[in-house]
Design a protein around this ligand. Sequence first.
Ligand code: SF4
Length: 230
Amino acid sequence: MSRAAVRDAAALPAAAYDPACRRCARLVRHLDEVRAEHPTYFCRPVPPFGDARAKLLIVGLAPGKHGANATGRPFTGDYAGILLYATLFKFGFASRPESTSADDGLRLENARISNAVKCLPPGNKPLPAEVSNCNAFLAAELGTLPEGAALLALGRVAHDAILRALGEPARGHVFAHGAEHVLARGVRLFDSYHCSRYNTNTRRLTTPMFERVFESIARHLRSERSGRAA
Ligand code: SF4
């Protein structure tokens, strides 16, 4: 892992990330198998990446086998990161439009990326118990968010994990692409379909659809800033 990633993860509370966590026996076994197959892969819980004081936190599902699980940085090294990092760059949250490896020098500005589940699940499908096990890490990370922060849930699992971690009721906050949910402390949750290869190839999620979600996020953060300055 790059020094920048170590510094960013280290700036979060210790309860937000445990590099030695082995709470999910099935995932630990799976990581051992993938490590044997690909000895150079990261194959551990993947830490959050980005600005520790960010006002935008993006929450994905879990590391991809040949992406985050290989490189040690969320959405880095496989298809799922292409649209995400290009959009972060377009909206001024990333220093470059591509994320190729954990030591490529990319920096996030006022944004951070995390996952609902920090270890690679078989078939990209974590079990409910694994999402539940990992929720304490997400809760600790969400506890660092300032008032008026923006959360972007990439998919329904991330949406549900965020609500649970915040102790917000699921009722009244139904996942839908493009939906916005007003939460406690002025925090706003934005929903998007996950930017996976499947969703972008089938055009369930297009670039304009994804950018419209980021326009809403940027509008929210601008209005928060001007509200505080007033
Ligand atoms: S998914 Fe989360 S709770 Fe489960 S072993 Fe990995 S870091 Fe620990």
